[in-house]
Design a protein around this ligand. Structure first.
Ligand SMILES: Nc1ncnc2c1ncn2[C@@H]1O[C@H](COP(=O)(O)OP(=O)(O)O)[C@@H](O)[C@H]1O
Ligand SMILES: [Mg+2]
Length: 496
C-alpha cells in the first residue's frame, strides 16, 4: 500500500521545467529518501505534494485516493505535514503556543493547562527532549526543528515531509534527528526525507528515489546500494572519492592571529598561525564566530582586541584594499553579497576587485583585450560553463559561479587564501572540483584558511583543524589526531 503516489508530475516555471514527468511512490510506514543535487527539483516536487504548487501535468494520490483541487489546506486534511528548510516559528512565543497556533480553530478559548499537558505528552512520546513551556527564542536550531516536527504531529499528520533537515544541524543533532525519524516510523508514520548526504540515507532510509535535472532516475531499496552507488546515481557519472592531500612539510608562517576576540562575550581570544603550503580548517556549526573571523581578516569589521599579521606586516589597522594588495585571495561566504554582481557579465565580474590593479587597468583605462583573454583562459582552465563570457553571472548555476569566484581569487596569485563556505550549496561534481583547486593551491605553497560548516570537507582538506564554538577555539590539532566523533562533540560545545 502506498501512502504517496505521484505519477508523471510536470512542473514548469515559465520556460523552465523543474519537474519533468516525475514519479514518486512512497510505501506506508517507510522512510523514503529523496536524493538529488542542488537544483534537481526536490523542493519543487514536495511543494507539489503539499499543494503549494499546481503541476502542469500528473496525478497525486494519497493513501490510494486521487487528490482533486489540491491546496495546502487540504494537505492538512489528508494528513500531510511539512517541515520546510526555513523554520516558520514565532520566536516570542513558547513551544506549546507555537504548536497549537492555527490548530485552535473552532474553539473560543484555549485551556492553557490542557494544551501544555497535551503538547508535552506528545513531545515525550517521541523523546524530543523539550520543555514545552520554554520560549522558542531560547532554543538551539536542533530543538527548533523538533518543534516544527511536533507541530505536524500535533495536527495529526501521518505523512511527514522534511526538506533537507540535517543541513542546519551539528553532527550530534543529526544523530538525534535520525533517531526521531526511526521513532516516528515505528509509530507508523510515513516519512519523506530530503537530503544530498549519502551516509544519512544509508543509515535511516528504506527506499531512495533519485532526482536528476528534474527527472526521477531511479527508485530502489537502500540496502542494495553502496554509498558510491548512490553518489553515481545522483551525479549521473562515476564519482571518485580518492582525491588525496599528499604529505608536505609546511613553510614559513604567512598569517598569524594573535589574541583576537571574535565575539564580545567569548571567554577566550583566538590565536593561530597558518603556514605556507598548509590548509587550516575551521570546523563549527554556523554562527559560532566564523563570519566575524572572515570579516576581521578581510578588514570589514574592526578587530578591537588582538592583532593580525600577514607576511610580517601587522595589518590590524589596514583597510581591505591594502590587505588584498598585500596578498589575500578571498572566497566570500556570501557569494551574492560579496563575490559577484549578478546582473553583470562574467567578464565584468573578473574585473571586480582588480579595478585598481595594473594588470587590468592602465592610466584609468581598462585593458579590454587583456581582460577578455584572461577571462576566456580562466573560464577554460577552471571549467566555468556558460554560453560565453558575456552571459550574466547571475544566470549561471551556483557551482559555476563559485568556480568563477575561485578562479578569480587564484589568478591573483596571493600567498594567503581565505575560503569561506566554498562548497555551500554546490553539488558533488562542483565540490570535487573546488577541492581539487584548494589542494592545488596547497601544492603551490599557498597558506589557506578554510572555513566550512561541512565536516567532510574540513576532514578531507585540512592539515590542522580548529573547532570554533561560541567565538572560541575549543581545540586546534593535526587532522589525524582527531576522530570525527570528537570533532562532532566539540562542535556541540563539549570539550574533551
Ligand atoms: N519559484 C520558482 N521560479 C523559478 N524557478 C524556480 C522556482 N523554484 C525553483 N525553481 C528552479 O527549479 C529548479 C529546481 O529547484 P528546487 O526544486 O528548489 O531544487 P532542489 O530542492 O532539488 O535543490 C532550480 O533550477 C530552481 O532554480
Ligand atoms: Mg531544495
Amino acid at each position: 500500500m502506498y501512502a504517496v503516489e505521484m505519477i508523471g508530475i510536470t512542473k514548469r516555471f515559465g520556460d523552465f521545467t523543474a519537474n519533468n514527468k516525475v514519479n514518486l511512490l512512497v510505501e506506508k510506514g517507510e522512510i523514503h529518501c529523496l536524493l538529488g543535487e542542488n537544483g534537481a527539483g526536490k523542493t519543487t516536487l514536495m511543494n507539489v505534494l503539499f499543494g503549494l504548487y499546481k503541476p502542469e501535468e500528473g496525478t497525486v494520490r494519497i493513501n490510494g485516493k486521487t487528490v482533486e483541487n489540491h491546496s495546502s489546506r487540504n494537505a492538512f486534511h489528508l494528513g500531510l505535514g511539512m517541515v520546510h528548510q526555513h523554520f516558520m516559528l514565532v520566536d516570542a512565543l513558547t513551544i506549546w503556543e507555537n504548536v497549537i497556533i492555527g490548530n485552535e480553530l473552532g474553539k473560543f478559548t484555549i485551556n492553557e493547562k490542557e494544551s501544555i499537558h497535551a503538547v508535552q505528552a506528545l513531545a515525550d512520546q517521541y523523546n524530543f527532549d523539550l520543555d514545552v513551556t520554554q520560549k522558542v527564542s531560547e532554543l538551539s536550531v536542533g530543538k527548533k526543528q523538533r518543534v516544527e516536527i511536533l507541530k505536524t504531529l500535533y495536527r495529526g499528520a501521518n505523512i511527514i515531509i522534511l526538506d533537507e533537515p540535517t543541513a542546519v544541524l551539528s553532527p550530534p543533532e543529526v544523530l538525534q534527528l535520525l533517531d526521531i525519524l526511526r521513532d516516528m516510523k515505528s509509530e507508523g508514520k510515513t516519512i519523506v526525507f530530503i537530503t544530498h548526504k549519502l551516509n544519512e540515507i544509508k543509515v535511516v532510509a528504506d527506499h531512495v528515489t533519485v532526482l536528476r535535472a528534474g527527472e526521477s532516475v531511479e527508485t530502489c531499496a537502500v540496502a542494495d546500494k553502496s554509498v558510491t552507488d548512490l553518489a553515481n546515481m545522483m551525479v549521473g557519472h562515476e564519482v571518485s572519492f580518492d582525491q588525496k592531500r599528499e604529505d608536505q612539510v609546511p613553510g614559513e608562517v604567512v598569517l598569524s592571529l594573535r589574541n583576537v576576540r571574535l565575539l564580545p562575550n567569548a571567554q577566550n581570544t583566538v590565536s593561530f598561525d597558518i603556514r605556507a603550503g598548509e590548509i587550516v580548517g575551521i570546523a563549527g556549526v554556523e554562527d559560532n564566530g566564523q563570519q566575524q573571523l572572515e570579516e576581521m581578516i578581510m578588514g570589514f569589521t574592526k578587530c578591537k582586541e588582538g592583532s593580525i599579521v600577514l607576511l610580517g606586516d601587522d595589518i590590524t589597522k589596514w583597510n581591505t584594499k591594502k590587505r588584498c594588495a598585500k596578498g589575500i585571495g578571498y572566497i566570500p561566504s556570501d557569494r551574492l553579497k560579496r563575490a559577484i554582481l549578478s546582473g553583470f557579465s562574467i567578464v565584468d565580474n573578473y574585473l571586480l576587485g582588480s579595478q585598481f590593479s595594473a594588470e587590468y587597468v592602465s592610466h584609468g583605462l581598462i585593458k579590454k583585450k587583456h581582460l577578455l583573454e584572461r577571462t576566456k583562459a580562466l573560464m577554460k582552465s577552471f571549467d566555468v560553463r556558460a554560453v560565453d563570457e558575456n552571459q550574466s553571472i547571475g544566470s549561471l548555476s551556483g557551482g559555476n559561479q563559485q568556480k568563477m569566484v575561485l578562479s578569480r581569487a587564484v589568478a591573483k596569485g596571493a600567498d594567503f587564501v581565505i575560503a569561506c563556505q566554498p562548497v555551500r550549496g554546490l553539488d558533488i561534481g562542483a565540490i570535487q572540483y573546488i577541492h581539487e583547486i584548494l589542494l592545488d593551491l596547497r601544492r603551490q605553497g599557498k597558506a589557506i584558511l578554510l572555513i566550512s560548516a561541512e565536516l567532510t570537507d574540513i576532514r578531507k582538506l585540512s592539515d590542522r583543524i580548529a573547532v570554533l564554538y561560541k567565538g572560541e577555539v575549543l581545540a586546534l590539532k593535526k587532522n589525524e589526531d582527531y576522530t570525527t566523533e570528537a570533532i562532532g562533540l566539540l562542535m556541540a560545545g563539549q570539550k574533551e
